[in-house]
Write a protein that binds this ligand. Structure first.
Ligand code: SF4
Length: 365
C-alpha cells in the first residue's frame, strides 16, 4: 500500500499543477487506495465542472468492416471476400443518418470503419461534403488515425494536406480511436505495426497544429503494464500542453469476445474496480490540462458509467445508435435514449447538460 507521506506528496504536486512522473503514476495504479484516488480525482473535476455532467445525442456509423490491419483485439474486421463483409455507399450512409437526425436531434456523427484499401480519397471527400450539406447541424467526428494514415498513403497526399482537404469537405473533429496503448512493443503483440503509436501521436499533433480538435483514448485490460499506461497518459499530456487540441479523454476496457487476443489467452474483461481506477488516475494525471474525461458506457454499462462520474469523469458520452464494433465481440449494447442518460445522471445527484460535438452546452436539464 502506498504510504500516507507519498500520497500526500502526490496530492501536493496535483494541487500545484505539477506533472506526476511515471513512477508516481505506477504507484497510483499498483498501490493507492481506491477511495483516495476517487476523492482526489473527483475533487479536481468538481473544480473544473462542478456537478454538471455533459452528454451528446450522437450516432455511430461504421461505414465499412473491411480492414487490412487485423488487430488481435478487434472482432469487427472482415476480409474482402468474407460473406458478411460490407461497405456502405454514400447514399446508404445518408439514408441511415436520415433515420435519426431529426427524430432524435442528433448533433454528432462518429463515423469510422476498417482500413479499406478499396476506397479512395474521393469516397471520403464525397461522403463528408454530402453529410455536411444534408445535415448542417451535425458535427462530423470522423476517421481513426489508422484510416487517415492509409488514405494519405494511398492518395499520395501528406497527412497535413489530407486533413485540410477533409476539413474543407466537412470533417469537424477526429476521434481518438487507434490510441489503444501507445507503446510499440505492446502494439506489436496486439498485431499492430510497432510504429503505429508514434503515428497516432504524429497525426494528432498535425491536426492540433491546424486547429482541428481531436479526442484521446486508452484501451486497458489486456497485456499492458501499469508503466505502459503511465507512459501513454504522459505522452498525451505532453502533446496537450503544446496545443490543447484534445477535447476529451476516454479510457475504455478491452472486450475480448471473438478476438485473436482471447484465443491467445486474454479471455476475460477487466472488472469494475479497474474501470474506475483508470478514470480516476487519468483525471489526476491530466489535472486541469485536459478538462473532459468521458465515461464510456458503451463498454462499461450504465451503472459503471455512474460510478465513473463519481470517480472523476464529467462527460457521459453519447446516445449511440447503430454501433457495430462492440456487438461484434458478442456483448449486447443497444441504444440509449437521451431520457435514460438524463435520468442516470440525475440519479447520482448531478446536473445533465446536453452538448454538441465541440463540447458547447446546448441545454441543461
Ligand atoms: S481496430 Fe480498426 S484497424 Fe484494427 S482491425 Fe479493427 S477495424 Fe481494423
Amino acid at each position: 500500500m502506498i504510504s500516507y507521506s507519498y500520497m500526500d506528496s502526490i496530492k501536493n504536486k496535483v494541487k500545484n499543477g505539477d506533472t506526476l512522473d511515471e513512477n508516481e503514476i505506477v504507484s497510483l495504479y499498483d498501490s493507492a487506495n481506491l477511495k483516495d484516488l476517487g476523492k482526489l480525482a473527483r475533487g479536481i473535476t468538481d473544480e473544473i465542472s462542478g456537478n454538471k455532467v455533459s452528454f451528446v445525442s450522437n450516432l455511430i456509423l461504421n461505414y465499412t468492416n473491411i480492414c487490412n490491419v487485423r488487430c488481435h483485439f478487434c472482432a469487427f474486421y472482415r476480409k474482402q471476400d468474407d460473406s458478411d463483409a460490407y461497405t456502405l455507399s454514400i447514399d446508404d450512409v445518408v439514408n441511415e443518418i436520415k433515420k435519426y437526425y431529426e427524430p432524435y436531434g442528433i448533433k454528432q456523427l462518429l463515423i469510422q470503419g476498417g482500413v479499406n484499401s478499396f476506397l479512395n480519397l474521393d469516397y471520403y471527400t464525397g461522403l463528408f461534403s454530402r453529410i455536411r450539406d444534408e445535415f448542417p447541424g451535425l458535427g462530423i467526428h470522423g476517421l481513426s488515425t489508422s484510416e487517415l494514415h492509409f488514405i494519405s498513403l494511398k492518395a499520395h497526399v501528406p497527412v497535413k494536406d489530407l486533413l485540410i482537404k477533409l476539413r474543407e469537405n466537412g470533417l469537424q473533429t477526429i476521434p481518438g480511436a487507434g490510441g489503444e496503448i501507445l507503446d510499440g512493443s505492446v502494439r506489436k503483440k496486439m498485431g499492430r505495426p510497432e510504429s503505429s503509436g508514434k503515428e497516432w501521436l504524429d497525426i494528432m499533433e498535425e491536426a492540433h497544429k491546424l486547429g482541428i480538435h481531436t479526442s484521446a483514448t486508452m484501451m486497458f485490460g489486456h497485456l499492458e503494464t501499469s508503466m505502459d499506461k503511465a507512459h501513454h497518459l504522459l505522452s498525451i499530456l505532453e502533446l496537450q500542453k503544446k496545443y490543447h487540441g484534445f477535447l476529451s479523454f476516454t479510457p475504455w476496457n478491452f472486450e475480448p469476445g471473438n478476438t485473436e487476443l482471447a484465443r491467445e489467452g486474454y479471455k476475460y474483461r477487466t472488472g469494475g474496480i479497474s474501470v474506475i481506477k483508470n478514470i480516476a488516475i487519468a483525471r489526476i494525471v491530466f489535472n486541469k490540462e485536459l478538462p473532459v474525461i468521458q465515461s464510456s458506457w458503451l463498454t462499461n454499462g450504465m451503472q459503471m458509467a455512474q460510478m465513473a462520474i463519481l470517480f472523476g469523469a464529467n462527460d457521459w458520452g453519447g446516445t449511440i445508435y447503430d454501433e457495430k464494433v462492440i456487438p461484434a465481440t458478442g456483448k449486447q449494447v443497444g441504444n440509449l435514449r437521451k431520457e435514460f442518460i438524463i435520468n442516470s445522471i440525475k440519479q447520482i445527484n448531478m446536473i445533465p447538460v446536453e452538448r454538441d460535438n465541440m463540447y458547447n452546452s446546448i441545454k441543461t436539464y
